[in-house]
Design a protein around this ligand. Structure first.
Ligand SMILES: Cc1ncc(COP(=O)(O)O)c(C=O)c1O
Length: 411
């Protein structure tokens, strides 16, 4: 029998990122939190920054604080930029991911030849709903490619009728990590824009948007960027496209001269034209701290540890869980996956609940996946070992049978 705890301790002792865990507020030290791909944990510095924003900026500064708040979304965007391969002035925090997707997809179709949108059959449902709506607004429709599409799969549905290819760089379900450069190349050859959803990629994998020849991107800040529940999303528009694209929500934050209170809308010449209205400043402050923390640690080191954590988890899943009805639903080649691993099991939802009751926080995704998300700044190799041992124990001891099979409202 392997000494998993001993192996984990040796790996943790050699981990160059081990010290970053202390930068987070983790009031239950025994809790194994493997859901940072859904809601990243709270950085210590965020507590202080939000307190300061509440007490000093809002409380004392009142409306005078708008002098420092007005451009916060663009300033934080510049901190995020290097994590996703963007240049200064190309990223801003604004709205929600779904809203930013709508804005940029609509802007792209407004400038493209075709009105159809290519997306993945298994893309995040909100993305599919929004993209179907945008295509319909332009007289087009969705063209679906199979899950984890290759550049060839995308090429097979491309022709002059497609104006936009919009995919998730890392799949929320399987964790598959797509070939952005290859897909960008075939899209460009057919005159279509590319718009990447980086929600499960930003802060976990280097996105290299410019190197990949991408055009547009959006993503959540509350997952691997640890921005806090409902923190504003980010959007990226390559600089040379900024004055060519017009987004549909022509609000005052996108105006060239917002405090001129002009009668008509004139879009700002830069990334600000993709903003809409007054942002949630307290959430923006929190997002800024989470992003700063990730930027300080460095995406290269984060990715290296993410690959090591997920590789070890997959190795142990085969050894300990293959015989218990689990299969690995995530690509096993490290270059082809992000930072979570999905295991398929016919009782995935009861297993998820049983694991939570044993202090291992994972989540469930339809139809029968348990997702184990690894946040390299927080998670230890010990978390991998504990998660594997407790998952095996749940099924061996049939503990999941005590939990309801009916899906909860939040999974
Ligand atoms: C891949 C992906 N896209 C979009 C969203 C939607 O984000 P929001 O609810 O902030 O609009 C999510 C949320 O989890 C997501 O995982």
């Amino acid at each position: 029998v392997r000494d998993l705890a001993g192996e984990a301790a040796a790996r943790d002792a050699a981990d160059p990122l081990a010290g970053w865990r202390e930068r987070f507020h983790l009031p239950e030290p025994e809790l194994v939190y493997l859901d940072g791909n859904s809601l990243g944990p709270l950085p210590e510095q965020t507590r202080e920054a939000v307190r300061r924003a509440v007490d000093e900026e809002w409380g004392r500064g009142l409306v005078r604080s708008w002098d420092s708040w007005l451009h916060l979304g663009v300033e934080i965007g510049d901190v995020l930029g290097p994590l996703i391969g963007a240049e200064p002035g190309e990223v801003a925090l604004s709205d929600q991911t779904s809203v930013d997707l709508f804005k940029l997809a609509d802007a792209a179709l407004g400038a493209a030849g075709g009105a159809d949108i290519v997306t993945e059959a298994d893309n995040f449902p909100s993305d599919r709903y929004v993209l179907a709506g945008v295509a319909a607004r332009h007289g087009g429709r969705l063209r679906l490619v199979p899950p984890a599409p290759s550049a060839e799969d995308v090429a097979a549905v491309l022709d002059g009728g497609v104006g936009l290819v919009s995919l998730s760089l890392v799949s929320y379900r399987s964790g598959a990590f797509l070939d952005a450069a290859g897909i960008g190349e075939v899209a460009r050859r057919h005159g279509a824009f590319t718009l990447w959803d980086l929600s499960h990629a930003a802060g976990a994998v280097p996105c290299r948007l410019r190197d990949a020849g991408a055009d547009l991107a959006i993503g959540c800040t509350y997952k691997y960027l640890n921005g806090g529940p409902g923190a504003p999303a980010f959007l990226w528009v390559r600089r040379d496209l900024q004055d060519r694209l017009l987004q549909p929500i022509s609000g005052w934050f996108g105006h060239r001269d917002m405090f001129g209170f002009h009668d008509t809308y004139e879009p700002a010449p830069d990334i600000r034209r993709f903003l809409t209205g007054t942002p949630p400043i307290l959430s923006m402050v929190a997002a800024g701290e989470g992003i700063r923390l990730v930027a300080e640690a460095g995406i290269g080191a984060i990715r290296a540890k993410s690959v090591a954590l997920t590789s070890w988890f997959i190795e142990l899943a085969h050894e300990y869980l293959d015989g218990l009805g689990f299969t690995v639903a995530t690509p096993e080649e490290p270059d082809r996956r992000g930072s979570h691993v999905a295991l398929r099991h016919e009782a995935a939802w009861p297993v998820t609940q049983a694991l939570r009751s044993l202090g291992v926080i994972v989540d469930y995704r339809t139809p029968e996946l348990v997702r184990f998300g690894f946040s390299p700044l927080v998670n230890r190799y010990a978390d991998v070992a504990v998660a594997i041992e407790r998952t095996a124990r749940v099924v061996e001891e049939r503990r999941h049978e005590a939990f309801p099979a009916d899906r909860g409202e939040v999974t």
